[in-house]
Design a binder for this molecule. Structure first.
Ligand code: MG
Ligand code: MG
Length: 256
């Protein structure tokens, strides 16, 4: 089912989105050399609770994970890219960290992810990887307007990732979002223009380009959740929740 939100529901989605964006930026400022991933999870838990919001993750038990996730944020370091289960690990200088957060506030969910390098000296290859996902995300958002089709967004995203020289995995990608975190339609990170569901005002999408430097193959960690690059190469991921409007797309998951 594809959910179309009413104007008042979109207004609530703005509040959820701003909260997600603010929590991610606050965590980005706090995450430094020596910060433990479990501490980041506790900070996220407290910020969600203090805002009166609910975690979309803690009880989440989809077919691709092992039982309830049990944590409040995804933390993926270096070769880990998706569904990173927080664990006892202290961040090191130069680690490439992805934080992925989804919460629900007054019945509407929002989902966003950021990647950044911890410490003072990011490797140029890591910066390039992160920037490719950010540019792909911007291209997908720019392609989103009423009448455009999901394939147009996939094509815009995939063109940037491929053009930057990275293989693209289409198994995991963007998705509809609204009263729940993961909904139809699926938005693959590569695809053919002019195909798929036509966008309408009131549709919320989470667009999320992610890449691995030299492979499109994932392996699952022993923890049953964390997905890593099959070659051990570095990875990055950028995500925003957007609302389709009469004029184009509005990014919901930016801090106010
Ligand atoms: Mg996400
Ligand atoms: Mg998502």
């Amino acid at each position: 089912m594809i959910e179309i939100l009413s104007p008042s529901e979109v207004a609530r989605a703005r509040d959820t989105g701003a909260l997600v964006g603010e929590i991610l930026q606050a965590l980005r400022r706090r995450a430094t050399v020596g910060t433990n991933l479990l501490q980041i999870d506790r900070w996220a838990q407290a910020m969600i609770r203090d805002a009166g919001a609910q975690s979309c993750y803690v009880d989440y038990a989809p077919s691709f994970g092992r039982g309830p996730f049990g944590h409040y944020i995804c933390t993926a370091v270096n070769d880990a890219v998706l569904h990173g289960l927080p664990h006892d690990y202290a961040l090191r200088d130069g680690d490439l960290l992805t934080l992925d957060l989804a919460v629900s506030l007054r019945g509407i969910a929002a989902d966003s992810a950021i990647s950044f390098v911890v410490g003072g000296s990011p490797a140029p290859a890591d910066v390039a990887l992160i920037e490719a996902t950010e540019r792909a995300l911007a291209a997908g958002i720019a392609a989103a307007r009423p009448g455009a089709r999901i394939g147009d967004l996939s094509h815009a995203i995939g063109t940037v990732l491929t053009g930057a020289g990275y293989p693209v995995n289409t198994e995991f990608g963007g998705h509809g979002i609204g009263s729940t975190m993961h909904q139809d339609p699926h938005v693959a990170n590569s695809g053919r223009p002019g195909r798929g569901y036509p966008l309408r005002p009131g549709l919320l999408l989470a667009l999320e380009p992610w890449v691995m430097a030299d492979t499109d193959r994932l392996v699952t960690d022993a923890d049953g959740w964390t997905l890593r690059s099959a070659t051990g190469c570095r990875t990055a991921h950028s995500e925003h929740t957007i609302a389709i409007t009469d004029d184009g797309a509005e990014i919901l998951t930016l801090p106010r």
